[in-house]
Design a protein. Structure first.
Length: 462
């Protein structure tokens, strides 16, 4: 990066603009001081990068671990230029550490370099590393990993009413769809019972991002316009969410919400017999998770019946995506209890799930397990058709990868990669593997929870 490209140089009025700080009564002014960005690291969230400065910014707490999130127009003047960068959603700051979060439609290759410039530019070492160079050819930006469809659910008195799906560009209006007639009948009964209270109690609940555009071609064709894939993704996300809600609210659950726990109309929820079915509803998956967690809290070790049923359900390859996602994620948190059974089930899901979102969830679970056997699976997944899965695979190798062969695979994958997030993660993973091989700082092995646990154990021993 050169000074001629610096946003701080190009936008002097913006960097000196008075800016309100959360909790402050009066605006303050800031004159940029000479400082540099010394490291740029990825995070478990592909929408965020962690930047470390060579000194704390003015207006940012310089001691303690409590940070603060800033947005455009509500920030210390030292962050004004960085937040003015197109595509930046927010910055979380504590001491000399900044977590930059981007908007869903923005690409990191267009966001990260100017943000670094706005913060004083890259240090010599960071500039020499080439980490901030876009991996895609000019004019051929890769699709953002996080260009997901935002889903919301409207409820009242715990009864789902309708689902809304919104795209990432803002070019398509949100699409809403009502649930089946079963829900309409339940709402009618509640309205009869509570009158206007039902309408006053309506609220929209965020259900997170969905990535259907990564799951399949969605029927895309060569004649599709530039926004057609987004329109198709919105429709697919809406359809998937409707199916999940329908599966999560069987008739007996709706009856319980309408009539109450003591009403004759309510039927008891019956758990499925593990001997004759492995296709579990979303509600039953959640109940089995609670049952296993209670058993673990009571001191149970190894595989419980609930854990076996969850593993068998994931292994079946059947069921609603939401139920499978929850089961896979939960299995990932059973390190030390699930053994080979759980690892093999998650490994199979990572390789074979049709939905990219579920393969990514399985990658998260493999990382949480911290089993070194995941490195071989992740190496193969560097060629996955989904950007999100390739990104996840590189992170696993950064945590667990060992040896020259892994480093070579990462370097080759980076060379072929078109998505900035993936190329960055692959390069960073290769760096960590090399540091680990040399026994140097920065190459700590295993997922973050294990690194923290090992660090605490070493502290106790000392």
């Amino acid at each position: 990066m050169t000074a001629s490209h610096s946003l701080v140089m190009d936008l002097p009025r913006m960097s000196h603009t008075a800016c309100f700080v959360h909790g402050a009564d009066m605006p303050t002014r800031f004159s940029p001081a000479a400082m540099k960005v010394v490291t740029v690291e990825s995070t478990p969230n592909p929408s965020a990068f962690l930047l470390k400065l060579d000194a704390p910014l003015e207006g940012i707490a310089s001691n303690g671990l409590r940070g603060k999130t800033f947005r455009k127009g509500r920030c210390p003047p030292s962050l004004t230029a960085a937040l003015a960068t197109e595509g930046v959603a927010s910055i979380f700051a504590v001491q000399e550490l900044l977590t930059i979060s981007k908007e869903a439609a923005a690409s990191w290759e267009s966001v990260l370099p100017p943000v670094v410039d706005a913060l004083g530019g890259a240090s010599d070492a960071l500039a020499a590393s080439g980490s901030l160079l876009p991996s895609s050819p000019v004019g051929a930006a890769a699709p953002a990993v996080t260009g997901g469809v935002a889903v919301r659910l409207q409820v009242s008195q715990k009864i789902p009413i309708q689902v809304e799906a919104a795209g990432w560009s803002g070019n398509w209006p949100p699409v809403r769809a009502k649930l089946s007639a079963r829900f309409g009948s339940a709402m009618a009964l509640l309205i009869d019972q509570s009158g206007d209270a039902f309408f006053r109690g309506r609220a929209w609940l965020p259900r997170g991002l969905r990535y259907p555009e990564l799951d399949s071609s969605l029927g895309a064709s060569a004649t599709d316009g530039p926004g057609e894939s987004e329109r198709r993704a919105i429709g697919a996300a809406l359809e998937s969410e409707l199916a999940e809600i329908e599966a999560a609210y069987p008739d007996d659950r709706l009856a319980a919400l309408v009539h109450g726990s003591n009403a004759a109309e309510r039927r008891k929820l019956q758990a499925a017999d593990p001997e004759d079915t492995e296709v579990l509803s979303l509600e039953l998956v959640d109940r089995l998770m609670d049952e296993d967690a209670e058993s673990e809290a009571d001191g149970a070790a190894g595989l419980t019946d609930a854990l076996r049923r969850l593993a068998a359900f994931v292994a079946s390859g059947q069921g609603q995506p939401g139920a499978r996602r929850n089961a896979i994620a939960y299995l990932g948190g059973t390190a030390g209890r699930g053994g080979d059974l759980v690892f093999d089930v998650i490994a199979s899901a990572f390789k074979n799930e049709r939905a990219a979102g579920l393969r990514r969830t399985a990658g998260d679970a493999l990382s949480d397990l911290g089993d070194e056997r995941a490195a071989g699976l992740a190496t193969a997944a560097l060629a996955d058709r989904s950007t999100l899965v390739r990104w996840r695979a590189a992170r696993i190798l950064g945590e667990l990868g060992e040896g020259v062969a892994v480093t070579a695979a990462l370097k080759q994958a980076q060379f072929d990669e078109k998505a900035f997030e993936c190329a960055f993660e692959m390069k960073d993973a290769a760096r960590k593997v090399a540091l680990r091989s040399e026994g140097r700082d920065g190459g700590a092995r295993g997922p973050m929870w294990k690194q923290i646990q090992d660090g605490l154990a070493e502290g106790d021993a000392a």
